[in-house]
Design a protein around this ligand. Structure first.
Ligand SMILES: Cc1cc2nc3c(=O)[nH]c(=O)nc-3n(C[C@H](O)[C@H](O)[C@H](O)COP(=O)(O)OP(=O)(O)OC[C@H]3O[C@@H](n4cnc5c(N)ncnc54)[C@H](O)[C@@H]3O)c2cc1C
Length: 403
């Protein structure tokens, strides 16, 4: 990796921004992180499934595939070093019936190409039941090394390294102005005004808004997709030993409602994927006229709606009508009862980038405008990949910007 030097502003105190700050601080750069909220990890990083993905799904050779593989090893090492929980509870991707076997075979093929460790194909229902005694299915792919962690704690621990290495983290600092000045960059918040040698934007749900402040292309835009969770009643968590995932629909960038035994032994079910009515809209009651209007008038809105409306209606119905959500979950665990979904367990909003033609961007995406590096698409598995994304950005963008 290239050595860094000079002063760097990082916009965004999620796991990606803080991992970048830590990597730069370790190289002697003077780093300042700007986070608009009063604490770190307040958005995607603190509202996700907590899974350290092993790389089953991603197109071989893509950034997601390579950075997920590198990132999962780094997250594991970091958790070991800091004494943070990391539990390899394992994941089963289950084909419930024969119609899903072809898609399951594609997941298996990709997993092998991506070097997923200890992967096993399971065609024997008895073996399936040894791993997950309550699951129903005809076949599965098992990834025993898929793990769970607490990404908010990891972000705090990364931030400790930034501070002890001399970096500064400014909470409650929303960046509202960015100006390029003679190869440097002026960063303004309502309470500060500073000039840096360069800036990296890791603003998640706001990444297109901040990109516009820099004068970058408004495409890709961020489409916020909320994922809602239910929690299994404590006396029923023995229905799930690790993780039970569906075979994902390849036309859609999300993995489908799944069961996850979290790092604190609670079991959550979800997330679904419904359009959020605000970038930071964690329920149907949080509605931003501005965000919704911006999404509706985006050129890609109509093509996207035409392509995915059926899926949209299905997901929205499941969000509003519990028995529909429950039915999706019960396909995998026939013993599940509606009352086992004890209560809603919060939600996260995914920052999904979409282009002018309505296409949802699949891979991680980075742009460069003068001294500013912009992460334009960092959806799942970006938490898993965060430490590797930091190394990739430094190697491929900051080194070039400095040259
Ligand atoms: C429901 C859900 C489930 C997921 N499950 C997983 C999973 O199991 N495993 C996995 O690897 N990934 C998962 N992901 C994806 C993962 O959470 C994200 O990819 C990752 O957290 C992205 O980190 P980030 O730092 O880029 O963004 P964020 O965590 O969203 O951080 C961006 C930060 O920028 C700040 N910001 C924005 N604008 C400004 C501004 N103008 N000034 C100052 N600060 C600003 C925001 O306040 C925010 O804190 C999931 C995501 C969701 C939503």
């Amino acid at each position: 990796m290239a050595a860094a030097s000079g002063s760097t502003a990082i916009i965004g105190g999620g796991i990606v921004g803080v991992a970048l700050a830590r990597a730069l601080t370790a190289r002697g750069d003077r780093v300042t992180v700007f986070e608009k909220e009063a604490r770190l990890a307040e958005h995607q990083t603190g509202h996700n499934s907590g899974v350290v993905h092993a790389g089953l799904y991603y197109k071989p050779g893509s950034l997601k595939a390579t950075l997920c593989a590198a990132g999962r090893a780094s997250i594991r090492e970091f958790c070991e070093e800091k004494g943070l929980p990391f539990r390899a509870v394992g994941k089963l991707v289950v084909a419930v019936d024969e119609s899903e076997l072809e898609a399951l075979a594609e997941i298996e093929r990709r997993s092998i190409e991506n070097g997923v460790p200890d992967l096993a194909r399971i065609d024997d229902v008895e073996r399936l039941r040894e791993i997950e005694p309550h699951v129903a299915g005809v076949a599965a792919v098992h990834s025993p090394q898929t793990a769970v962690v607490d990404y908010a704690s990891i972000t705090e621990a990364l931030a400790q390294d930034v501070r002890s290495g001399g970096g500064e983290i400014r909470l409650g600092h929303e960046v509202t102005g960015i100006r390029l000045e003679a190869g440097r960059v002026r960063v303004t918040t309502p309470i500060s005004d500073d000039v840096f040698d360069r800036m990296i934007v890791c603003a998640g749900l706001q990444s297109d808004v901040v990109a516009r402040l820099v004068g970058a292309d408004p495409s890709p835009k961020i489409l916020p997709f909320r994922g809602e969770y239910w929690e299994l009643a404590p006396e029923r968590t023995d229905l799930v030993q690790g993780m039970i995932y569906p075979v994902p629909d390849p036309r859609f960038p999300f993995l489908g409602v799944h069961f996850t035994r979290g790092v604190y032994d609670n079991v959550h079910v979800g997330p679904n994927a419904v359009p959020a009515l605000a970038r930071e809209g964690y329920s149907w009651l949080q509605w931003s006229v501005k965000d919704t209007w911006e999404s509706l008038r985006w050129p890609g809105a109509w093509p996207l709606a035409q392509q995915h409306w059926r899926m949209g209606v299905d997901e929205i119905s499941g969000s509003l009508i519990k028995p529909l959500y429950f039915r999706k979950a019960q396909r995998f665990i026939p013993e599940l009862r509606s009352s086992d979904l004890a209560h809603k367990h919060g939600a996260g909003v995914r920052a999904q980038a979409w282009g002018r033609a309505g296409e949802l961007l699949d891979d991680f995406a980075v742009d460069q405008v003068g001294p500013v590096t912009l992460l334009r698409n960092a959806p799942s598995p970006a938490a898993t990949s965060s430490i590797a994304i930091a190394e990739y950005v430094i190697e491929h963008y900051l080194a070039k910007a400095a040259a």
